[in-house]
Design a protein around this ligand. Structure first.
Ligand SMILES: [Zn+2]
Length: 394
């Protein structure tokens, strides 16, 4: 915490104020005790060698809850400076008693009061929504900035996401998804685009590091250079698929277990031999928050029950998917499932695997998705790779 009140005369002490040098604070500390401006309980002024001077609760803060990390504290100061350097006046740790919420940074921009929440700890969708609603009740806008510490990079294009990170993905005006986080260690914004989930936790994306001096507030609202180019991680994506085939998973989710049982019963194959067509990266797929090979295999299984030469509608595929598998997840958000499946069917038709007759209507060709030998699958995988190379942008 960087702001506290003196307990006697209730003067607000803001540690970012340049007059509070270490020496001045040492002096102040001798004569003054402090309280948290939000919960009004005592806090200590900590002046150490390694960490920046800050206030710490003696007991837990009833407003803020969790203990604040240095990463979070640094980030707040940097975001405050970032605004200030653009001529935007910002205030740190503003407390709103009516909603019992403390914003990390608050700025006045074009007659609008904007509260910035720099989120470095896990947060549930419900709590995020409740806090957003709280600000809205006070006619305040809120901008959530995910802490870069929450975006774990495993390889050049491979990331591990906590479940709550999904909720921070945004769409630009062209409808392309991106994730903008801020890292207080790098002092930079991290922009991820071309976001595609491989599994529930493993996400592929393209990364751009934007030092805060290179990103204006306007660009923060609407980042330029957000694009959809999964071809950049094509090679790593395919290696991931090959690994999926060769190294059986240790942890299999409930849904994967059900899928495994289904395809074993129907086609006599293990989960590692799901079709080659079940690894297609799609622009909208992140909205399903599901492993690519799980949901695409479910669609392919639905297609398999349609006869060769038959014309079918998107709705029929959705109905078959639901009947065959009945995953709760797929029945909850019908419009999202519809959009994603539609996009997938269109992709299969551009690859020549099914034929598009007209909007939302397709014709089944002579093509089997489920192959029973590892050799046949490997050959098909190679074919799919060629497809991707031919159509550079997948
Ligand atoms: Zn407090």
């Amino acid at each position: 915490m960087l702001v506290a009140d003196s307990s006697e005369d209730k003067i607000r002490i803001n540690l970012v104020d340049p007059r509070w040098t270490k020496e001045a604070l040492m002096e102040l500390k001798k004569t003054t005790s402090f309280i948290c401006p939000s919960c009004r309980t005592p806090v200590q002024l900590k002046i150490g060698e390694t960490r920046i001077p800050h206030f710490a609760h003696i007991n837990t803060c009833s407003i803020q809850g969790e203990k604040e990390s240095l990463y979070h504290m640094d980030g707040k100061i940097q975001l405050h400076d970032w605004l200030q350097n653009q001529g935007i006046k910002g205030e740190l740790e503003t407390y709103y008693p009516s909603i019992k919420q403390r914003a990390d940074v608050v700025a006045e921009i074009d007659d609008e009061t904007i509260c910035f929440e720099f989120q470095c700890a896990k947060i549930s969708e419900q709590e995020k929504l409740a806090r957003t609603n709280g600000y809205e009740k006070e006619q305040l806008s809120v901008k959530w900035i995910l802490g870069g510490n929450r975006v774990k990079r495993l390889k050049t294009y491979e990331y591990r996401f906590n479940h709550f990170v999904w909720d921070f993905i945004q769409l630009n005006s062209a409808g392309i998804s991106y994730l903008l986080s801020y890292c207080s260690k790098l002092k930079a914004f991290i922009l991820l685009d071309s976001i595609v989930p491989f599994s529930k936790q493993t996400i592929f994306a393209n990364t751009t590091i934007l030092p805060s001096s290179q990103l204006s507030f306007q660009q923060f609202l609407q980042p330029t250079n957000v694009s959809w180019e999964p071809v950049v991680f094509q090679k790593q994506w395919m290696m991931k698929r090959d690994r999926f085939r060769n190294v059986p998973k240790v942890h299999v989710s409930k849904k994967e277990k059900r899928l495994q049982a289904l395809i074993y019963e129907q086609y006599g194959i293990p989960l590692t031999l799901v079709p080659s067509e079940a690894f297609i990266p799609l622009k909208e797929a992140w909205r399903l928050k599901e492993a690519v090979y799980v949901w695409q295999t479910i669609v392919l299984h639905a297609l398999e029950s349609i006869s060769e030469g038959e014309v079918f509608h998107l709705q029929r595929v959705l109905w078959l998917m639901n009947r065959n598998v009945n995953f709760e997840h797929f029945t909850q958000e019908k419009d999202i499932v519809q959009t994603v499946v539609q996009s997938y069917l269109n992709k299969l038709s551009t690859l020549g695997i099914i034929h598009k007759v007209k909007r939302n209507e397709y014709k089944k060709s002579n093509y089997s998705f489920f192959l029973s030998s590892y050799e046949a699958i490997q050959k098909r995988d190679k074919q799919m790779d060629t497809f991707f190379r031919q159509k550079r942008k997948v």
